[in-house]
Design a binder for this molecule. Structure first.
Ligand SMILES: C[S@@+](CC[C@H](N)C(=O)[O-])C[C@H]1O[C@@H](n2cnc3c(N)ncnc32)[C@H](O)[C@@H]1O
Length: 649
């Protein structure tokens, strides 16, 4: 049987980042410099020669280096064999909700999101462990990241691996943190859209290192600011001599296309709009340019006479007597005048009266440019009080970020009504999720969130965990931080639901819960070396689907791996008495039936989809049926002058 008579095999691993990048590079470079392609591979030495450059292999490079950095690249490139399984019973309004809570290690999750969310995220906010020595730093293991996670969550036997905090008595204190952060930041960049940006909270301990790796990953030219935020709390961390009342937010844009919105004005800002007419409040500013570059010779075209109410000509003359200039050219002035934006005032100086000209600035929808000092926000204590209030006064989580702080970043980096997606992959107590809802409620927005949180265990032995642990016991959920975050979001939602926006648009509110888990498919593990392992794998593959899988878990795995977001609308259809799932109005049809018939193939082709995915086992090893299916789809596509991609899994 030739290849064209067989459907394509759908890959069940997450997108192979390195392969994807190689393909993109081959595409761009191969087109411009065909001479550098050798046997379909890029010859980098040849490329350097073509560019007239030669780099000594032993040459020193600018940048941060640490033990384990090379391993980070391997970790990034190792595709994930895991999946994200929907959990309806932990979700709120699963079928319609457009927000996602993903429970799992964020490295695996970021890999799994690569295809479906590539270039789709408008804003990332993360608040990773600051590496103060008390937090748990996730121990990634190249080639067994999923196994590490399952061991951590107690889903497989723990063979003695330790999951402990990263204290500075550990020899590789900073390296461990960098090894954890680098792959995650690297993968997150792929998810940002071209006008997207990332905000990272951090304190003094790792600020310098974080900035170095962000410069490397996002490009130093995309550094967009470093905010100093007053936490309102004195902390012992920070330097040994000074207590710290600050933390920082490091901001990077994905490309030069990013534009931040201004911030709405507060009462203080508004108090300078001290005049009012029928068009509203306004302030006036001198039409003569003040400050630097205010001389006639700086902009000769902005030196011209304007006519005062008594018909006299007024020139821009500085109080010191020299010839100055207006803030705009003649034609702009005429427009301002016609629009009623010019105001004249008669001033008395040295016993003489003189006309002075001003430009009016109405408050309207004026926004202010944010500064890099944020000391006007509610601090951490208020954040803790607000979170405690949701839990009947109990302190269930240490150091949540204030909802208002998150709203400020969200208003800077996203638009209200363009379905922007906000991602937080160190979600903690879920503040980012709540802030997206609160902001949507304020400006009738339709932003969506994706938050990711590890089920970090609550340890009854640790005093700070005891209240949270007891709460989990009372509400009957496992004792971990992910459970707390889900509960926080549920409580936040019900506390908001009385308000009008939520009442009207509640359909889309709620959140879908997904959990990181093994694939539904027994994926061939190419890394298995020992004969015993190979034998076990061959036996396993006789039955391809794992016994725990359900139609829904398989469906979402296929959606994700075919590149569709987890909030994509799915409709269940019936075709010749078989169940077929229609995605994006029939663009993708997924059929999980275990007995595929020629009639079903005809019905699928008749629906004229762009893509069809079926279970391989549905063909019951009947290669002829498969070949007929390929021909049927091909014929239908030819008749419609389109293409139908047919894959089995
Ligand atoms: C500083 S807290 C975030 C607090 C959050 N901003 C808030 O307001 O509640 C960092 C969180 O990242 C989580 N975390 C650490 N490693 C992780 C990993 N590998 N995957 C997912 N979450 C992780 C920790 O469990 C912790 O709850």
């Amino acid at each position: 049987m030739t290849e064209t008579t067989q459907p394509k095999k759908m890959p069940l691993t997450s997108m192979d980042i390195a392969e994807e990048k190689r393909e993109q590079l081959k595409h761009c470079l191969g087109f411009a410099f065909p001479e550098i392609m050798a046997e379909d591979k890029i010859d980098f030495d040849e490329l350097k020669r073509v560019l007239g450059e030669w780099v000594d292999p032993g040459k020193e490079r600018f940048g941060l280096n640490w033990p384990g950095k090379a391993e980070c690249m391997k970790i990034i490139q190792q595709p994930s064999v895991a999946t994200l399984k929907p959990v309806r019973e932990e979700s709120v309004n699963f079928d319609e909700a457009e927000h996602l809570f993903i429970e799992g290690d964020n490295l695996e999750v970021l890999k799994l999101l690569q295809k479906a969310y590539f270039g789709k995220i408008k804003m990332i906010y993360i608040d990773p462990p600051y590496n103060t020595g008390n937090e748990f730093i996730y121990p990634d293991k190249y080639a067994e990241t999923l196994e590490t996670y399952l061991a951590y969550t107690g889903q497989i036997d723990d063979d003695g691996r330790k999951f402990s905090t990263n204290s500075d008595s550990v020899g590789r204190y900073h390296s461990n943190w960098l090894n954890m952060m680098y792959p995650r930041l690297y993968l997150s960049r792929n998810l940002l859209c071209d006008n997207g940006c990332i905000f990272v909270s951090i304190d003094d301990v790792e600020l310098a290192h974080l900035r170095s790796i962000c410069d490397e990953i996002f490009g130093a030219e995309h550094f967009s600011g470093l905010v100093s935020r007053s936490t309102g709390t004195r902390m012992g961390s920070g330097s040994a001599t000074l207590s710290s009342e600050l933390d920082y937010i490091l901001i990077y844009a994905k490309t030069d296309e990013v534009e931040f919105s201004g911030l709405p004005m507060n009462d203080d800002d508004l108090s300078i709009y001290d005049q009012e007419d029928e068009r509203g409040k306004y302030l006036t500013r001198s039409l003569r340019r003040t400050g630097g570059e205010n001389r006639r010779e700086d902009r000769p075209s902005m030196f011209y006479p304007v006519i005062a109410p008594d018909g006299t000509e007024v020139f821009p003359i500085a109080p010191a007597g020299y010839e100055s200039r207006w803030v705009c050219g003649k034609s702009t002035y005429q427009k301002l005048l016609a629009d009623g934006m010019i105001e004249w005032k008669k001033m008395r100086k040295d016993n003489a009266e003189r006309w002075q000209v001003y430009q009016k600035h109405y408050v309207g929808s004026a926004m202010k440019q944010p500064s890099n000092l944020w000391n006007d926000e509610e601090g951490n204590k208020k954040a803790t009080r607000d979170l405690n209030a949701l839990f009947g006064g109990l302190k269930v989580f240490d150091h949540p970020k204030p909802v208002g702080l998150m709203q400020r970043m969200i208003t800077l980096a996203t638009e209200a009504r363009t379905n922007d997606i906000v991602l937080d992959f160190f979600a903690g107590s879920g503040t980012t999720g709540q802030a997206v809802w609160v902001q949507n409620q304020l400006d009738q927005g339709n932003r969506q969130f994706v938050v990711v949180q590890l089920p970090e265990k609550l340890d009854d032995e640790i005093k700070a965990h005891q209240v949270a642990s007891q709460l989990c016991e009372e509400i009957g959920v496992p004792k971990n931080v992910a459970e707390l975050a889900k509960e926080r979001l549920r409580r936040a939602l019900s506390s908001m639901q009385e308000k009008p926006y939520f009442a009207a648009g509640s359909g889309k509110v709620g959140f879908k819960v997904f959990k990181l888990d093994r694939s539904n498919f027994k994926i061939w593990d190419g890394r298995a070396a020992a004969d015993e392992d190979l034998k076990r794998q061959i036996e396993m593959h006789i039955d391809h689907l794992s016994p725990e899988s359900t139609a829904e878990t398989v469906l979402y795995e296929l959606l994700l791996k075919a590149g569709f977001p987890l909030t994509t609308e799915v409709k269940a259809l019936e075709m010749v008495e078989k169940r077929v799932f229609s995605i994006e109005d029939g663009a993708l049809l997924i059929c999980l039936e275990k007995e595929i018939t020629p009639e079903l193939i005809d019905a699928l082709a008749e629906a004229n989809p762009l893509q069809v995915i079926c279970l391989d086992e549905g063909f019951k090893s009947n290669d002829q049926l498969k070949a007929n299916a390929v021909q049927t789809f091909k014929a239908r596509a030819q008749a419609e002058e389109s293409e139908i991609v047919f894959k089995t899994v």
